[in-house]
Design a binder for this molecule. Structure first.
Ligand code: HEC
Ligand code: HEC
Ligand code: HEC
Length: 460
């Protein structure tokens, strides 16, 4: 009886404590959680908001995002502000165990105490508790040893706040704070090294993210987005499209739908100011991906023959195009005047084989205040309009490259197979996005080697 009373009292005090955050703090926390895209990973498809259960596939097993609603039993209802801060910025959860870096704490590490506090206030006071657990992450040994992440953190997690830059205007500083922290641009756009750490010296110069390629966004005129105006970058982050240049699909479409499109104009502007100011860094791109190709129509070469006849000859690509793509993008690849169906020339996605193939296999989906954008997938999905084979897609991609893109046919059926499996890091898929799996494997192997050596030496 006494114990129950005490528990009740404790619960009441906790509640009273939780309720002390004012509305302004809670609302700021909501905004920061949106800017950080917590929702994208912590909500399962068709699941309850923030209740976890999204499965991030990895070659060694599934990593499952957890319930971060304030449920005391299943979520983070018992987290203190300090514990919340440690989870978000250091990758250490309440029981002291390390999180896998599928949770982007390396980026969130730069967030200020004040902002972390506001997010805590939002989660505790505003997010609805969901009383439901998710399948636990159960990786096989040695991946199950979460402590191996301590070594990785010691090597790659930077706890220091951003380098002071007092000579910079406030807008630039705000942009850097958002881009490097909450919005975590570099987790996708910066290439990764052997241990899956971000290569700081190649900051934002482009990286493969599962089946998609997140391009160079430094200000280099041909490799990067040097030809974009600040206003165009703001428009891209807000709507996912800049006519005659680029559209957002894949993980960029997700980030725009759930996060960037909901940021204030000032913050988008700040991000654009900062990104546009990055020093130009060259990549392998000899020409700008935004101004290649031209309208062209292969229809005359197909006339008078059946689909089957054309499909056997050199016109397979043109045939697949006219049967599956021309209805929306036009027989000459020009798209529609209103830009809803984009032109395939002067298009960033056309120039990158990975993104061209991923678009065909996975389609495009984006939802912002500016409407719902949808291109159907042609891959293995049950709802695919048409299941195109690797040979058909390779021929189609080469037709598009020659007619509307680089001019060079370079796609083989094997390349299509790779993107169909989820990208060059193959089965890594989503985890590859922030994936440390390869790193974990190598590290675990190293640790085991070290431990064995030690054991041997001690045995002597
Ligand atoms: C890119 C995906 C991703 C994003 C974005 C993300 N998380 Fe996570 N988070 C995860 C995964 C996966 C785990 C579980 C990792 C594990 O089990 O090691 C996790 C774990 C956590 C935990 C530990 C909970 C527990 O006790 O198990 C907290 C707290 C958390 N996330 C909060 C947040 C907050 C707050 C945000 C936004 C600021 C956020 N996460 C954004 C993927 C993500
Ligand atoms: C979750 C991964 C992810 C995050 C986070 C992310 N991006 Fe992207 N981004 C991509 C991918 C993938 C593409 C290619 C999309 C396509 O072509 O359809 C892309 C494309 C772009 C493009 C268009 C480039 C071109 O040549 O077409 C710009 C600009 C861009 N991102 C800027 C940003 C900025 C700025 C941030 C941070 C505020 C950011 N991205 C965060 C994955 C990401
Ligand atoms: C039902 C209409 C429709 C069909 C059919 C269609 N598309 Fe699209 N396509 C779209 C829409 C809508 C977009 C996205 C526009 C946006 O993002 O603003 C798009 C975007 C694209 C992009 C740019 C993607 C990016 O990431 O930037 C490419 C490339 C493309 N389509 C190629 C194709 C090819 C090849 C085919 C035939 C296999 C095809 N489309 C069939 C409607 C269609």
């Amino acid at each position: 009886m006494m114990r129950q009373l005490l528990m009740l009292l404790a619960a009441l005090t906790l509640h009273a404590e939780a309720a002390t955050f004012d509305t302004a703090t809670v609302e700021r926390g909501r905004y920061l959680a949106t800017a950080s895209d917590c929702m994208a990973c912590h909500t399962a498809r068709h699941g309850k908001a923030m209740a976890g259960g999204l499965v991030l596939a990895s070659p060694v097993g599934d990593i499952v995002s957890t319930n971060i609603t304030p449920s005391k039993q299943y979520g983070i209802g018992n987290y203190s502000e300090q514990q919340f801060s440690d989870a978000v910025r250091k990758g250490v959860r309440a029981d002291g165990q390390n999180l896998y870096p599928a949770m982007p704490y390396t980026a969130y590490a730069v967030m200020t105490d004040d902002d972390i506090r506001a997010m805590y206030a939002y989660f505790m006071q505003e997010v609805k508790p969901v009383e439901q657990g998710s399948k636990p992450t159960d990786l096989p040994f040695p991946m199950s040893v979460r402590a191996s992440m301590k070594v990785w953190n010691a090597m790659f997690l930077d706890h220091k706040p951003l380098t002071p830059a007092p000579q910079r205007p406030a807008q630039w500083l705000r942009g850097r704070y958002l881009a490097d922290g909450a919005a975590h641009c570099s987790t996708c756009h910066t290439p990764r090294g052997l241990l899956m750490q971000e290569k700081k010296e190649l900051y934002l110069t482009g990286s493969q993210v599962g089946p998609w390629y997140a391009p160079n966004i430094t200000s280099h005129p041909t490799s990067g987005i040097g030809s974009w105006s600040e206003a165009e970058l703001v428009q891209y982050l807000r709507t996912g499209r800049v006519e005659g240049k680029a559209q957002a699909a894949g993980s960029m479409a997700e980030a725009i739908s759930y996060s960037f499109s909901r940021l204030s104009d000032e913050d988008l502007k700040a991000i654009a100011v900062y990104i546009k100011d990055l020093p130009p860094m060259a990549g392998d791109e000899p020409v700008s991906r935004f101004n290649q190709g031209q309208a062209g129509n292969a229809l005359p070469s197909l006339r008078g023959k059946s689909y089957q006849e054309n499909a056997k000859g050199p016109h397979l690509g043109a045939q697949v195009f006219s049967a599956n793509c021309a209805s929306c993008h036009g027989f000459n690849g020009q798209g529609t005047a209103d830009g809803y169906y984009p032109s395939l020339f002067h298009n960033s996605a056309t120039m990158n084989n990975s993104n061209l193939l991923a678009t065909i296999l996975y389609g495009v989906e984006r939802e912002t205040r500016h409407g719902h954008v949808f291109m159907p997938p042609f891959g293995d999905q049950v709802n695919a309009v048409n299941h195109l084979s690797n040979d058909e897609i390779a021929a189609l991609a080469n037709y598009i490259q020659v007619s509307y893109g680089s001019g060079a046919p370079g796609v083989k059926a094997e390349d299509v197979a790779v993107i169909r499996q989820g990208g060059p890091q193959s089965h890594l898929l989503l985890l590859a996005r922030l994936g440390m799996v390869a790193g974990l494997l190598v590290l675990s192997a190293l640790i085991i080697v070290v431990l064995r050596r030690r054991a041997k030496q001690q045995g002597k």
